[in-house]
Design a protein around this ligand. Structure first.
Ligand SMILES: Cc1cc2nc3c(=O)[nH]c(=O)nc-3n(C[C@H](O)[C@H](O)[C@H](O)COP(=O)(O)O)c2cc1C
Length: 214
């Protein structure tokens, strides 16, 4: 396949797309770019490593409304995550009504903090992944796509002075019913302004985490 500059496109083995989604590869989606480049309304330290070092799960949020510009950035951040073959095998459901949020609390094992100022459900959509692999592999890609996207959103939320809780404990069928989809959820991300700042939780020593293979 020829790209616009005439050079041949190279795909990893097995990744040659069966169909392209007609997007000009040289122009990044304009709305996405605009949102990503827009300045935050307040001064926030967005240095990636500072954000990572400070991120801490929060289960208690204030009632302060999260500004739309921040929600846009959190969603745009998800859209920058890598996805298998760039097919974006995931969808985001932005739950707005308090009735639906309350139903999600029940669907998420009665975790009350799911009723948060911003609630995003990340679902797997393997049907978007147009690669010539088995269904099993495509499902595996979709769960990775959805998980990475949520993870990018979580870091973006932290960078914007917000905090979040990742919800993995839920009844899939119940969540699907609440958000009215046949796509299987991968995670629920609950976001808001934290009631208090907490220190990050300790982790095991890096030496224990890393297994060097020669
Ligand atoms: C896959 C996954 C599932 C999780 N599920 C839940 C959950 O259902 N409820 C909850 O309160 N926290 C949940 N968490 C949050 C973890 O408890 C939290 O990330 C962990 O304790 C580390 O704390 P930290 O995020 O502050 O570093 C989940 C996190 C991950 C990555």
């Amino acid at each position: 396949m020829e790209s616009r500059d005439g050079s041949e496109k190279i795909y990893p083995s097995g990744y040659e797309p069966k169909e392209t989604n007609n997007i000009d590869a040289n122009v990044r989606n304009q709305l996405l770019d605009q949102i990503l480049k827009s300045s935050p309304t307040e001064f926030i330290n967005t240095d990636l490593f500072t954000v990572m070092a400070k991120r801490r799960s929060t289960r208690k949020f204030t009632d302060k409304i999260v500004e739309t510009v921040k929600i846009d950035k959190i969603i745009a951040a998800a859209d920058t995550a890598p996805t298998a073959g760039n097919f974006q095998g995931f969808e985001i459901f932005y739950v707005k009504s308090s009735e639906k949020k309350q139903q999600l609390v029940e669907a998420c094992n009665n975790q009350p903090y799911v009723n948060a100022p911003v609630v995003l459900v990340y679902c797997k959509n393997p049907s978007r992944v147009k690669l010539d692999f088995s269904e099993e592999i495509l499902k595996k890609f979709a769960i990775q796509d959805a998980t990475l996207a949520a993870s990018y959103s979580q870091l973006a939320a932290q960078a914007l002075g917000l905090s979040s809780i990742w919800i993995g404990m839920f009844d899939e069928q119940k969540v699907m019913k609440v958000i009215n989809t046949d796509l299987i959820p991968s995670s629920v991300l609950c976001i808001g302004y934290p009631k208090q700042d907490k220190f990050p939780k300790p982790r095991r020593n890096l030496q224990e985490l890393v297994h060097v293979v020669w």
